[in-house]
Design a protein around this ligand. Sequence first.
Ligand code: HEC
Length: 218
Amino acid sequence: MSVRSAASLCIWAAFAALAIAVASCSSQKAAPPQPPPQQLLGDLKPVVSVKELMRDMIDPASDFVFDAVSDVSTKSGIVQNRPKTDADWERIRFGAVTMAEGVYLLKVARPFAPPGDENDSKGENPPELSPAQIKAKIEKDPVMWNAKIEALRNVGLQVMDIVKRKDVNELWDAADNLDAACENCHVEYWYPGQKVTMPELDRKIQELYGPLTKTPKK
Ligand code: HEC
């Protein structure tokens, strides 16, 4: 018998003796409850509400993309922002990765707004849903909420891919997709009344600026 197998035999013998000792003890007294094993993954605990996650993470991350391809009118004319340097592309990647990973934090149960914040949900035809209304909508159809989350993640992945190829034209299209991914979720869960209140908005504009449809010239 080798030294190693002799040693392991000894260890097993010791374990067996221990097991017998434990068994005889436990027959006298029930073992105390064991704490659950520590998990490295899982048990994610939120820090902020959905509203704050949007304001402080998703929204600033999206600006890395939106601002990178934008035409801004200034006093001295229109400034065309396009990514040129490696650092420019790197910033876009920061945004894409933050969105692709960060949007999954919406899968962690968290309040929709900070305590006491009811959104603009009071009065007649309120523009926004209350946090409780948003929660109820998601609980009724979690599949749709998850689909909106995946839609934003997909745009994040698309932008990460574009950064590798440094394709400015594709980035323009991706910025449109990004805008749509944000809006499609908001119009469902944040301000669904907006669809309904468009005629209302038209009426108000007409009150202020007169009829929108021009009267035909004679
Ligand atoms: C899966 C759904 C979802 C997606 C995708 C999403 N949002 Fe939101 N967002 C919400 C909800 C819900 C609220 C309203 C939370 C509340 O007020 O209770 C919100 C609120 C916001 C707010 C308001 C924060 C405040 O302080 O009032 C901003 C800004 C925002 N989102 C930006 C974005 C941008 C930019 C994107 C896309 C890059 C995006 N969101 C994508 C669900 C989403």
